[in-house]
Design a protein around this ligand. Sequence first.
Ligand code: AHR
Length: 511
Amino acid sequence: MKFVYVLLLLTTSFLSMSQSQVVIHADQGKHTINKHIYGHFAEHLGRCIYGGFYVGEGNKEIPNTQGVRNDIVDALKRLRIPNLRWPGGCFADTYHWKDGIGPKDKRPSIVNRWWGNVTEDNSFGTHDFLNMCELLNTEPYVSVNVGSGTVQEVADWVQYVNFDGVSPMSNLRIVNGRQAPWKVRFWGIGNEAWGCGGNMTAEYYANIYRQYATFMTGWSNAEKLYRIASGANSSDYHWTEVLMKNIPHGMLDGLALHHYSVIDWSKKGPATGFTEEQYMKTMVQALKMDELITRHSAIMDQSDPNKKIALVVDEWGGWYDVEPGTNPGFLYQQNSMRDAVLAGATLNIFHKHAERVRMANLAQTVNVLQAVILTEGEKMVLTPTYHVLDMYKVHQDATMLPVEVTAKEYSLGSDKVTSLSASASRDASGAVHISLVNIDAKQSQTVTLNLKGVKLSGTTAQILTSSKLSDHNTFDKPDLIKPKKFQDFKVSGESLTVTLPPFSVVVLEVK
Ligand code: AHR
């Protein structure tokens, strides 16, 4: 009797654990996962720059280098962030760069009209940003003002930062304390031109883009600028069609796409303490990224079959209600295991589309939206999203290995998604990395991985998980969620069997 009971119990728990398969075509890697899909975004918004990255040169309480927090620099260097987008976002189309150069006490103050109507004293400007990128060992990605600026202003900016000969702008740069040009490669021509960037039609913006792109040249003549057009809002496929048709391809290196995982713009829901239904709806939006990329790429393929123009997802992430009691214009939100799952699954989608998606920027780095770092005074917290990017950095510039996933559905009400997300790559040393995300909020799943032709003897793994989906790191408990060594896997021949707890992210390394 006792035996039958135990058998029944074992069978029930076995059945409640879903079985999934992942086939990894380790012999079919063709495309590189461009490290630039691991890019970040720092806007003059809320406490991202001021009170986030930048605490001021005179700050004695928080250790800093030229006003930039040392702890943030160290944390981002550990992530190996490949590029950083600045100064916006919507702010970029109100920003006049000449306000942010020269002696700080002489710089004009403006009103940040998109984000809380707060005073912007321009104390963090071009030199501050580009020097900070050098500290971070990352490439700057500058978004220029098309909405309320001029072509001349932008041409001057390019000359100011990039020209190494004698010219009015390079001379001004030297007067302001910088001899050598920074040689900025990535330039975004406007932001959300269909919205905060000027409410333009695609046809009108395409013409404006041509004009700006014409007068932005590589002033050092040594390198070509990488010019990125303001792209579609989520599923606005017409925008992509018009830009691909109306902009000469020689003038276009990247075409942007923005997609936020938001449940409903008028009812976003809290960043923590959310329901499973809200989690599911966030994931439905996040996983839509696959369809968006597939369809925008298909449009691009019509005139660019060799994929010379990159799809640049330069704003992505989860967007929830701000934390209670904080300025609604500052977009400050906590970051939970939901965000870890969202980040892992989104990056797996970018890997899958490695051939076309060659750059992306998580919104935003510090204290805004799906941040990797939160600060409060001198305290700093690394979020679950930070840890996912840390675990995933092994994929940067590695060869993408195609995967086939067979997994059961995770469903709730009328919503359903595939419960497992996976990707794989092989790095320069030959090591294979596999990222697995169990999206199911309730059930564990055992995953059988089949890696043809790969010796599995030296497998190691890390996991990010917690007891509750809404768990997050706080200033009092900064290490509640952090990656741990993971051993719940078995090797047999060419197969690996892994047991993933609900809402967990695992990265395996096979050497
Ligand atoms: O990331 C916050 C805002 O979202 C950006 O400023 C804008 O481009 C987008 O709408």
